[in-house]
Design a protein around this ligand. Structure first.
Ligand code: GLA
Length: 360
């Protein structure tokens, strides 16, 4: 029997950039998904998720065939057996998660990575964290069918305490960027709006397609190396706005990385807010609840705020001085109440560790 846990992530900045080959800056949060795997004497694979239910994974594993919550586990088993060129034996898989699903915090990558880590461990297969991230990506893209970029799986596998992970999603080079909130007197709040988002409903894929069309019209392989001036020359207004978000977001990631490298985390707030406005106006993936978090937090004195993850619901992050974090959180709660929105879930988060083996 082995137990592994994997974290959720927030994107500090660099949203909808990872499938355009640009740099992104996520970090892992200390809300984790724990997966315990033990062998069974038969060939059945039974998955139990605490508070959700029990499901049997059918055999043979067939990409695109499942639609239930267990498809992330099935995808990880499929990627494992493809990578290891062997069938999966009978298994009992237990999942306990402190990570809300549909909250834009990468609960799917956390399950995929934790299952893959546990399977490798149980089977004595030696794989690096990057190799596991690549298999988890295959699970998400090829088995579950979401045309995502590499950010979530790499963040979940490679994150380090006290650091954001700068991932070049073209070359997959990484750099650990120090991000010490406490020492700078800062607090980062995660606000889960509880508006459930799903990546499977097509809007995510539409955004990706628009970016690819914009790049093709500009004669580029990706938007990564395209300048703002060239984007502004695109004749189609929708493609122009989508591409404008991507190229300006890439510039914001580079600026945030420079500020963090020089130990100035208190100065990144305006860039986070600019990222939100760009996602809301140009990329059109925000919603009333996410916009409300940002505006309420800024009005209460936050340094910066933005939606995090793919959008269409999910969570926002708010950077504030620690002394002001209670006032900022209260304002978000009050504004949600007067707007008639569901009460959000709000908690402070700092850069946490990536996937790891749990000892008991
Ligand atoms: C989801 C995807 C990621 C990334 C983000 C948006 O989380 O899984 O690959 O595209 O959306 O930045």
């Amino acid at each position: 029997m082995v137990t592994w846990s994997a974290p959720g992530r927030v994107t500090l900045v660099g949203e909808h950039v990872d499938y355009n080959g640009g740099p992104v800056l996520p970090f892992a949060i200390d809300r984790r998904t724990e997966v315990t795997i033990r062998r069974r004497p038969d060939l059945r694979v039974i998955v139990t998720s605490q508070g959700v239910g029990t499901a049997e994974i059918s055999s043979p594993l067939c990409p695109g065939s499942d639609s239930g919550w267990e498809r992330y586990v099935a995808g990880a088993l499929w990627a494992f057996s493809v990578g290891a060129r062997r069938d999966v034996d009978g298994l009992d898989i237990d999942i306990a998660s402190a990570l809300p699903t549909g909250a834009g915090l990468s609960s799917s990558a956390a399950i995929e990575c934790a299952v893959l880590c546990a399977l490798n461990d149980l089977s004595g297969v030696d794989r690096t964290p990057r190799q596991i991230a690549d298999l988890a990506l295959r699970a998400e893209r090829e088995y579950v069918g979401v045309p995502c970029g590499p950010m979530d799986q790499y963040a979940v596998m490679l994150a380090e305490v006290g650091h954001a992970l700068c991932l070049d999603s073209g070359s997959l080079d990484t750099e650990q960027i120090p991000f010490h909130l406490d020492a700078a007197g800062l607090t980062l709040l995660v606000v889960n709006t509880r508006v459930r988002h799903t990546l499977g409903d097509g809007a995510y894929g539409d955004r990706r397609t628009a970016c690819e069309q914009a790049a093709a019209m500009l004669g580029a392989d990706s938007l990564r190396d395209v300048t703002v001036d060239r984007v502004l020359g695109l004749p189609d207004p929708v493609l122009r706005r989508r591409a404008h978000h991507v190229v300006t977001e890439i510039a914001r990631v580079r600026k945030v990385v420079r500020l963090l490298r020089s130990g100035r985390p208190g100065e990144i707030g305006a860039l986070l807010t600019a990222s939100h406005r760009s996602l809301s106006d140009d990329f059109e993936v925000s919603c009333a609840e996410l916009d409300t978090v940002v505006e309420a937090a800024l009005a209460a004195g936050a340094l910066g705020a933005r939606m995090t993850g793919a959008g269409f619901g999910g969570s926002a992050i708010v950077l504030c001085r620690s002394a002001e974090s209670a006032v900022v959180a209260d304002r978000v709660f009050e504004t949600f109440e007067t707007s008639g929105f569901r009460e959000p879930d709000v908690w402070p988060a700092g850069p946490a560790a990536g996937a790891r083996r749990q000892t008991r």
